[in-house]
Design a protein around this ligand. Structure first.
Ligand code: SF4
Length: 349
């Protein structure tokens, strides 16, 4: 349900991805050459700062005071990301930008939240406090935007009535964040640069950011090499390898998969620092939070209990098992595989 609401400049400033923001820029009739002119230098600089923030995993700076500057900067950011052409960076940007929007949405009245989520394509409606919930979301939209497939997000733990899932305001906003993340990724993908006359300042900025991103990726690879990950990876059980590949590709993996990967790596002897490096590629990486969680799993915090990786039975229940390996525990697979490789190597000498 889409309630009527007039969006103000302040709204468009906070949510520059909305269809009405795009319309507004169209009405301005700006060309790329205009954007690259010295009069609009602040737009390119701002777009650069947004992408830099994603590369460095810091928060996206607050929006520009001027609504038009913010909308155009957002659009220029997408164009620069397209020019750089790295999907991992796009994912990183989308996650960081969506997080900033979630923060703003959290401070909005319910009617505005309802309107903004509808604008993002989520079917949501007032629930009138039925079962204690203020809102309900169409079950398909719920399923395609839920951030995790476990815990309280699992449909079996929800109240569903005639195709509508009851949610709290914060949960609805979280669904909106996921939706926005995928929308931003899709928008970058759909940009066609062939035949576009890209002004020099835009190209130079894309080159500079691409080089900064390349340095960042090299640093991650070097850290992985220090951990001997190349060798280590080939002995991984298929389930852990699948999670690792998703993390490397910058995908947003569920909490249970992150726990499994972290506890597994700690169990086979990687340090907290090395595990932290592996997770650095995740789109929503926050060093302080990730470090805290890894140290907790390693038994260095809280109850001081070191957590073990899931057994195969648990992995199956969580939907994380991807093969039939004839073992009871993924660690069993790993140690067997290492033993086998050591024996084969020795036999060859
Ligand atoms: S059987 Fe066990 S080790 Fe193999 S993929 Fe499934 S959970 Fe992993």
């Amino acid at each position: 349900m889409r309630s009527e609401l007039i969006l103000t400049d302040e709204d468009l400033r906070k949510y520059p991805f909305l269809p009405s923001a795009v319309e507004r820029v169209k009405e301005l009739g700006l060309t790329l050459a205009d954007v690259a002119s010295s009069a609009l230098k602040s737009v390119i600089e701002r777009a650069g700062r947004y992408i830099e923030a994603s590369i460095r995993n810091s928060e996206i700076p607050p929006p520009a005071e001027d609504c038009d500057e913010e909308i155009v900067s957002f659009m220029v950011s997408l164009l620069i990301l397209k020019l750089i052409g790295d999907r991992l960076l796009v994912r990183r940007f989308a996650a960081t930008f969506a997080r900033r929007s979630r923060f703003f949405l959290g401070g909005e009245e319910q009617d505005k939240v309802l309107y903004l989520l509808s604008s993002l394509g989520i079917k949501v409606r007032r629930a009138g406090n039925a079962f204690g919930y203020p809102l309900s979301v169409n079950v398909f939209d719920y399923l395609s935007n839920m951030p995790e497939r476990r815990g309280s997000w699992k449909l079996v733990h929800r109240i569903v009535e005639r195709g509508w899932v009851y949610v709290g305001k914060a949960e609805a906003i979280r669904l909106g964040e996921e939706r926005l993340r995928t929308l931003i990724e899709r928008r970058v993908e759909e940009i066609k640069v062939d035949g576009l006359q890209i002004p020099d300042p835009l190209y130079s900025l894309a080159e500079k950011l691409s080089s900064e991103w390349g340095t960042y990726l090299r640093k991650i690879k070097e850290n992985w090499a220090i951990a001997g990950v190349d060798d280590w990876e080939s002995a991984l059980p298929p389930c852990v390898k699948t999670i690792m590949d998703s993390v490397k590709a910058g995908k947003n993996v569920p909490h249970s998969a992150r726990f499994m990967l972290a506890s597994f790596m700690l169990s086979v002897g990687l340090s907290v620092e090395e595990v932290l490096e592996v997770f650095r590629a995740t789109p929503d990486f926050k060093e302080q939070i990730a470090r805290y969680q890894i140290e907790h799993i390693a038994g260095l915090r809280g109850s001081r209990k070191k957590y073990s990786p899931y057994k195969c039975d648990n992995m199956k229940t969580l939907g994380l098992c991807v093969a039939e390996c004839n073992v009871k525990h993924p660690l069993q697979y790993y140690w067997k595989s290492l033993r086998h490789r050591t024996t084969t190597k020795r036999d060859k000498v």
